[in-house]
Ligand binder design. Sequence first.
Ligand code: DGT
Ligand code: MG
Ligand code: MG
Ligand code: MG
Ligand code: MG
Length: 281
Amino acid sequence: MANSRFEYVKDFEQPDGLLPNTWIVVRIDGRGFHKLSNHYQFIKPNDRRALDLMNAAAVEVMKELPDLCIAYGVSDEFSFVFHPSCQLFERRNAKIVTTIVSTFTAYYIHKWAEFFPSTPLKPPYLPSFDGRAVIYPSSAILRDYMSWRQVDCHINNLYNTTFWTMVQQGGMSNTDAEQELKGTVSSDKNEILFKRFGINYNNEEEIYKKGSVLYRQFELQEPKVAQSEEEGSAVPQAETSRSQQDKLKRLRRKAQVVVDHIDIIKDDFWLRRPWILSGKP
Ligand code: DGT
Ligand code: MG
Ligand code: MG
Ligand code: MG
Ligand code: MG
């Protein structure tokens, strides 16, 4: 770019690089979805179409940004996680967050008609999302973050399921149901559902109880591992870390993104999928 006497304005831009070697979580959240979900008559408490649309948009974000290693979605929110080794946009906060938010929003709107064929989007009820990046200094804390979101999903879903069952099946007013649920713990709600309505909460759909986990699927079968080891030995020692990085990137790009509704609080999920925390591939 040619130098001009106006160039100096560039100096007003603030650096916003996120601390190196830390997990980056970008959490986006639907703006005013309380109103939006009423306007488009989302089913209460859970609208499968709305959740599937969130997941479909998030899968596209994962496909466009191979640096993402896992994402977790519930209600109108999604958390996207970058590995500490991630160098995307030189880890600039604003570039990372705005790219995720706008890519997600673009696909959410693009795919809306696929999930709500008879309810076209119309201003002023157009979906938009806010977003923020938070960094976490260790895998243990990153896992606690993910657990926090999944526990939140469980607590909210148990409450909402009980509340709406009392209203929809029990004929209670919103105020009465809210009043009765005030101060109750999980076991109380399970009991209300079971004793009064014959509903076993455990049998509710996993997507509602656990939220949605998106990650790349790599086969960890022996033949695959052996093959990649052979490949490795055939490659000259001098292979640059840059080309190794490119290879990993290609692998990540090719991998299938799966949508799962599964416990991510216990160790099992992470032990079975070691590549998510290791960042390899
Ligand atoms: P915000 O995020 O501060 O702009 O405000 P909201 O209204 O988006 O509030 P938030 O994000 O705390 O809560 C999410 C809202 O979205 C909540 O009112 C319920 C609604 N929502 C999300 N998923 C569903 C669904 O599957 N069915 C229905 N009926 N509503 C949903
Ligand atoms: Mg919010
Ligand atoms: Mg919201
Ligand atoms: Mg929300
Ligand atoms: Mg540009």
